[in-house]
Structures are given as C-alpha cells and as structure tokens.
Ligand binder design. Structure first.
Ligand SMILES: [Zn+2]
Length: 379
C-alpha cells in the first residue's frame, strides 16, 4: 500500500473527536501486525477510544518517535464539494477531512513500515486520540511511552507545517461556562435574571481580555497573531424570545504564547464572575449562578536554542527554516515530559479544519522523502 492508498484508508474512518477511533486503531494494529510489529494500545477510561504506540526495529536507545493524532474535527455545517470521508483527487490535490491535519503524516509513516526492515535504531509510532479537543489523549500515551520505550533521541510531531521545522507553538486552555439565571416573562426584566444577557457580558470580558494581551505583547515574537488569544466558539442559551433565559452555556479557549498561562486567565475570569457579575444576579434571585469547568490545559512548545530534534528535522527536510505557530499541538506535552521535540509534517495548517481540506501530492512526496531519509539514517 503506498502512502496515498494508506491515506485513502485512514480518511475513510470518520474519526471525529466525539466518536470512537477504534476502527482506525484496529486497522493500524492489523497493518503493523502483518509486518511483524506489535502495537500497544493505551485506551481511554471508557474504552471507547485508544492511543496506540509501536516500536519498529530494535528496542534500543536513540530512536525517533513519530507522533500523530488520529482524530479529526467535525464537518457539521461545512459546505464540502466532495464526500469528506472519501479521499478524492482533483488535479494535484487530495481532498478529505484529515488529509492535512493530520492523517497525511501518519499515512506516510504507516505506508513506509515495510521499508523499516533493517533499522539499527528504532522508529516508534505514537498515535493519539482527542488531540483536537485539547490534546486530552496524549498525556497517558506519553506517560506510558516514557516508561516503556528505551530513551529516544527526539520526537517529531507531524502536524502540517509544509515540511518546515516548527520550534514553538502556543498552549491552550479550554473552558465551559454555564450561566444559570432566573426565568420570567420578558416584559418583567426587574424580576428575572437573563442567562443569555449575562453570558454576553462574560464573553465581552473575554474579548476585552484579549485586547489587553494584544496591546501588551511585543509584536515581533514570531507568532501570528503575536499575542495570547481569548475566543468563544460556541454559545447555547434560552428557549424563547419572550422568556428571560434560565440557562446559557458557552465554550471558550485561551491560546497562550510561551511564558503565559491559560489558568491565570481562568482565575481572572472567575474573580470577575464572583466579584462583579454574580452579586448583581443574586440580588435579583439567589439561585443565579455561574459555573466554569476546565476542559483542557495544554502547555506551549517552548523555543530552545539547540535541540537534537530541530537539527534532525532540518537535516531531513534539507532546509534551515524554523518557525513558530499559533495552533496548539502535542509537542509541548512531549517536551514537558523531557523529550526533545519538533513539529514537522506535510500540508499547510491553512487548509486544516476547513471545508474542502486537502493536501497536495507534492507535500505527500516531500513527507515521504523526509521519512525515507530518516529510515536510511537509522538503518
Ligand atoms: Zn492536528
């Protein structure tokens, strides 16, 4: 199976984060088994999803971890021109959900397993679940890898970077806020507490918090945008135009540049709720409430001047480019666990999460070349 056939197979599993990734994991397990490689699963608590890792080659130190996530973002409401879960080639582009983010990289790695017969140092594959909803699956995978595999030289996370080394990424904190108001006829605003209107105030606070980050952060730090961002992507609330709403829920995230901390924004937000907003709500009705839960807190990838991971990625990619990206990824988690880590993978983040997501055939070929050079180097 070549890399494009492998990509077709992987895209065919609709591994949206809210659903199980087990059919894909079963396939990968079987594929590796066929080539004499034993994989280990690291399931979630419910057993509905699993990470998978496998060592190809001898179990010695100095190997390289290739890391990818198996989940993809939803397609709901997106105007696709092709079936998102059926790889479709048009000219030199391959369309499908997850093609660039990031089944392309995993497909290349898996398709090259038959060429990894004479490795002297190992290649470790590490595939995670729930990356797209805050890198929730990777910590248990990384913990187990740290204990079970001989110390690797570096980790390459194959997020789309146009095959250029990425040496820093933002971290992410993800939160859910539930506002509980008090219902009344919408003509009686003096009696009710509107959850929807309260949520609007809180979301406005988030927007203003971002503006303060924007104004206080030096612009030439290599990130675009240069500052920590604060954003709400989902709001649900209310039942009718003429009812003061009892409930409103919204999801928000804080994407931090290295050196800043999403939880400290969460604490400021909590203080604003407790000290400014809640007393006014409860003066109208004592049951009014605001509850915020932390869904994820994932560290940024911190820039290091020199690292074996960076050097390796630049050697294999044949360029000395190094960049920083605004998206969050699992690289910061690997780094936090003590592994030298770099992001380098095929495709562009500009196509990720969008309708008509694609990867170019040229990027697939460059990714293949990159991993073939790695295999050669370790053989
Ligand atoms: Zn990704």
């Amino acid at each position: 199976m070549n890399s494009i056939e492998m990509l077709k197979t992987l895209v065919g599993f609709p591994t949206v984060s809210r659903d199980s990734n087990l059919p894909l994991i079963d396939f990968v397990d079987e594929w590796l088994g066929k080539h004499g490689v034993t994989a280990v699963r690291v399931p979630n608590d419910e057993g509905t999803k699993a990470n998978l890792y496998a060592t190809i080659g001898p179990a010695v130190e100095g190997g390289i971890v290739l890391s990818g996530h198996t989940d993809v973002v939803p397609i709901d409401g997106q105007p696709w021109n092709t079936d998102p879960f059926e790889l479709t080639q048009k000219q030199d582009k391959l369309y499908g959900r997850g093609t660039c983010d990031m089944k392309g990289f995993s497909a290349i790695a898996l398709s090259l397993v038959p060429e990894m017969k004479s490795l002297k140092k190992p290649i470790h594959l590490a595939l995670s679940y729930d990356e797209e909803i805050g890198c929730l699956g990777a910590p248990r995978l990384i913990n187990q890898i740290k204990e079970q595999i001989p110390k690797p030289e570096a980790v390459i996370v194959g997020e789309p970077s146009m095959m250029e080394a990425v040496t820093a990424h933002k971290g992410i904190g993800a939160f859910r806020t539930v506002v509980t108001g008090y219902e009344a006829h919408s003509s009686q605003t003096h009696r009710g507490v509107s959850a929807v209107m309260t949520a609007a105030k809180l979301i406005n606070w988030l927007s203003e918090r971002e503006a303060r980050f924007r104004d206080a952060t030096p612009t030439n730090n290599g990130f675009l945008p240069h500052h920590t961002t604060v954003h709400s992507g989902v709001v649900h609330g209310g039942t009718a135009l003429n009812i003061i709403s009892r409930q409103c829920e919204f999801l928000w995230d804080v994407r931090v540049i290295p050196g800043e901390n999403a939880l400290s924004v969460f604490e400021e937000f909590q203080a604003f709720c407790q000290e400014v907003i809640l007393p006014k709500m409860q003066a109208v009705h004592q049951d009014a409430d605001i509850q915020t839960t932390i869904l994820a807190d994932t560290p940024p990838l911190q820039e290091v001047a020199e690292s074996p991971a960076l050097k390796l990625a630049q050697d294999l990619a044949g360029n000395t480019v190094r960049s920083r990206v605004a998206y969050a990824a699992e690289a910061g988690q690997f780094q936090e666990a003590g592994f030298p880590t770099v992001i380098c993978g095929p495709g562009s983040i500009d196509q990720a999460h969008q309708p008509n997501e694609f990867i170019s055939i040229d990027q697939m070929e460059q990714g293949e070349q990159f991993l073939r050079k790695l295999i050669h180097r370790l053989s």
